[in-house]
Design a protein around this ligand. Structure first.
Ligand SMILES: CC(C)(COP(=O)(O)OP(=O)(O)OC[C@H]1O[C@@H](n2cnc3c(N)ncnc32)[C@H](O)[C@@H]1OP(=O)(O)O)[C@@H](O)C(=O)NCCC(=O)NCCS
Length: 174
């Protein structure tokens, strides 16, 4: 997957026959989803890496639900790679200037984590929204769907400033 240069941001357009939306404005992407959706998530993962200066991209379109890995005893074998990614569509009140219900504005990815010092759980590994669509309530609106789906999930560190403040607000409202 090519992300062209250090500053361009492209948003992925979807053909509506490729997906089902989940309230509110979320498209679920798994290892079995059409390639276009998986590639869309990968593009946003590149933007996430670029903006937050990670040294690797945290999602690739070719990921499957199994990984060939070495375990802690040095034995190689297939391990489950459980993930659910999401593409975000803009809320209806932001359908402006060519922004339609087929335009995605960001993505995130949840992964199943088998912690050694805590019960296994889902974790929000990364999330990235197009800068024009931040502070418009997109993550707040999605949060209840995520907690319904993933229970008490963990949010992986390090947290950006925005995510830190977001979680403070969630805590204050609960
Ligand atoms: C973090 C991010 C996903 C938040 O999503 P969002 O849809 O913009 O968040 P919301 O609009 O639902 O914000 C809800 C509340 O979170 C807090 N918040 C969100 N972004 C904030 C920011 N940049 N600074 C301070 N508080 C912020 C505010 O309390 C906000 O409520 P308010 O706008 O009424 O003050 C988004 O800003 C983003 O993609 N940032 C870049 C990538 C990133 O930081 N990823 C997280 C890595 S851990």
């Amino acid at each position: 997957m090519q992300v062209d240069n250090q500053s361009t941001i492209r948003t992925l357009l979807l053909s509506c026959c490729l997906y089902h939306t989940r309230a509110p404005s979320l498209v679920e992407v798994t290892a079995n989803s059409p390639r276009l959706l998986r590639e869309g998530v990968e593009v946003y993962a590149h933007y996430f890496r670029r903006e937050l200066h990670y040294d690797f991209v945290q999602f690739i379109a070719d990921e499957t639900d199994k990984n060939w890995r070495c375990d802690s005893d040095g034995k190689w074998g297939w391990q489950q790679n459980r993930f659910v990614a999401w593409l975000f569509l803009p809320p209806h009140d932001l359908y402006l200037d060519g922004i339609s219900n087929s335009k995605t504005v960001g993505a995130c990815c949840f992964r199943w984590r088998e912690w050694i010092d805590a019960p296994h759980s889902w974790a929000l590994q990364w999330i990235w929204l197009h800068p024009y669509f931040r502070r418009r309530g997109i993550l707040s609106n999605a949060w209840s769907e995520f907690t319904k789906r993933f229970g008490e999930f963990h949010v992986e560190q390090p947290l950006s400033d925005a995510m830190h403040h977001f979680l403070l607000k969630v805590k204050a409202n609960n």
